[in-house]
Write a protein that binds this ligand. Structure first.
Ligand SMILES: CC(C)(COP(=O)(O)OP(=O)(O)OC[C@H]1O[C@@H](n2cnc3c(N)ncnc32)[C@H](O)[C@@H]1OP(=O)(O)O)[C@@H](O)C(=O)NCCC(=O)NCCS
Length: 167
């Protein structure tokens, strides 16, 4: 019965949107709010995008600039304390854990490649590029670009796995 109901909800974009907006768990509701914010930005409706930005800050304790570009399917398993600054660019299928900061340094913000994972409390700042499928270890401070398929950790971050996805 439950799977019948969920397949019914998934088949309808409207029902699915209502479910994710009001009934889903924290992660689903946040993901839905971010998608709406991005849609408003793409359509040039910056006022609406900023209103959602404020709601997200109040409800989730997550600060995502309305001027950040977020790709599809951003995942935040524990959505709290995350800051994504103005001008940041996040690819598709990126996973961001609690208390991560993607921030500006000298007015420039990082680009995060698709499929990357930023573990808890990591800080990525400045005019740098994190490649695709990278892993940023917990508590790392990253101020230099990281090539694709690389795991970095520590402060300052150093490469610990050069190719492959890591764990
Ligand atoms: C980055 C990470 C994925 C690497 O895992 P791994 O590939 O298994 O790496 P290892 O544990 O074999 O460690 C390799 C080396 O990197 C160091 N290292 C690993 N993670 C580190 C980190 N976050 N900060 C500093 N050094 C780290 C290890 O001490 C080890 O150093 P050594 O070679 O001098 O002994 C993992 O350590 C990590 O940070 N995971 C985050 C988990 C997390 O945030 N979970 C929260 C979920 S809510």
């Amino acid at each position: 019965m439950k799977s019948l109901l969920s397949s019914f909800v998934e088949a309808s974009p409207l029902l699915s949107s209502i479910y994710r907006r009001y009934l889903g768990d924290r992660e689903a509701r946040l993901a839905h709010a971010i998608e709406r914010m991005q849609r408003h930005i793409s359509a040039g409706r910056y006022g609406k995008a900023r209103r959602i930005q404020k709601c997200v800050e109040l409800r989730f304790g997550v600060a995502i600039s309305a001027e950040a570009r977020i790709g599809k399917n951003l995942q935040m398993p524990h959505p709290i304390g995350v800051v994504i600054g103005r001008g940041a660019e996040i690819g598709d299928n990126v996973k961001i854990f609690q208390n991560v900061t993607i921030g500006r340094k000298k007015e420039a913000c990082p680009k995060i490649g698709s499929g990357s994972i930023l573990y808890s409390s990591s800080i990525v700042i400045g005019n740098i590029e994190i490649g695709e499928n990278c892993i940023i270890g917990a508590n790392s401070v990253v101020t230099k670009s990281v090539p694709s398929h690389t795991t970095v950790a520590g402060n300052p971050a150093r490469v610990i796995v050069k190719s492959g996805r890591g764990p």
